[in-house]
Design a protein around this ligand. Structure first.
Ligand SMILES: NC(=O)c1ccc[n+]([C@@H]2O[C@H](COP(=O)([O-])OP(=O)(O)OC[C@H]3O[C@@H](n4cnc5c(N)ncnc54)[C@H](OP(=O)(O)O)[C@@H]3O)[C@@H](O)[C@H]2O)c1
Length: 216
């Protein structure tokens, strides 16, 4: 499958590398067509990898992965042009973290709205599925790093078929065993508001390798 990964940070790199290892073709997108990190990634992983602008990656992908900074996510997607996004699934991993006052960051949107909803409202033809934003990049694509993968991933979005497709990707490609569908995209408020706890746990545990296990 052709996948457009929007983002050159640790999330974009982890997801893109995993997808290449599974035999998919991946274009990593950035604000510039020759982003240094994207070009280095392409050289590292080789066959199936390509780089370009956010618009290039969006046009290329049958499915899109949004590994974008919270502050830049909407602008990055706007730069793609509506026709490249229309009808496609966007796996939205971004968190609306605001570091302007240092660590721990606050959320730039919360309680009655979320970044996932803002993206869905701005791009109504995009099928936004919010997931993976509650764990660090390495765990996203290899949950077995922790307790044999015995922990929980949450997801939400408005389009039932899109969520099923993303669930198949999480289980079949990445190895997630326990996925809870929270419902429509307004539930991104809950998954994003986990971050204030996540950053504090990180501050105490001194490792990003932890996750939620929902016992029921
Ligand atoms: N790091 C993790 O383990 C982790 C875990 C869970 C969730 N997340 C979330 O996943 C997202 C990606 O995280 P990350 O650490 O991989 O990378 P990041 O540094 O948060 O974001 C990287 C991407 O955002 C783009 N970007 C930054 N400012 C922008 C702007 N003003 N306009 C347009 N695009 C802009 C960058 O574009 P360029 O390529 O042009 O620089 C880059 O591709 C974040 O929202 C983060 O909160 C991260």
């Amino acid at each position: 499958m052709r996948i457009g990964v929007l983002g050159t940070g640790s999330v974009g790199q982890a997801i893109a590398t995993k997808l290449i290892s599974l035999g998919h073709d991946v274009k990593m997108g950035s604000r510039t067509a020759t982003n240094e990190k994207a070009v280095a990634w392409k050289e590292r992983v080789g066959q199936g990898a390509s780089v370009g602008t956010f618009a290039d990656a969006a046009a290329y992908g049958e499915i899109l992965v949004g590994a974008l900074s919270g502050a830049g996510a909407i602008d990055a997607l706007k730069s793609c042009g509506g026709s490249s996004l229309a009808g496609k699934i966007l796996v939205d991993i971004s968190n609306p973290l605001d570091f302007t006052k240092g660590f721990p960051p606050s959320l730039s949107v919360c309680n009655t709205d979320s970044l996932g909803e803002q993206i869905q409202r701005t791009f109504p033809d995009l099928k936004v599925v919010k997931t993976l934003n509650t764990v660090n990049a390495a765990l996203m694509v290899d949950p077995s790093r922790l307790h044999g993968g015995d922990h929980t991933m949450v997801m939400c979005g408005n389009d039932v078929d899109a969520k099923q497709k993303v669930k198949d990707i999480l289980t079949g490609w990445f190895g997630w065993k326990d996925i809870i569908d929270l419902g429509d995209i307004s539930n991104a408020r809950g998954t994003e508001m986990f971050l204030p706890l996540w950053v504090r746990l990180y501050g105490v545990l001194k490792t990003p390798e932890f996750s939620i296990k929902v016992m029921r």
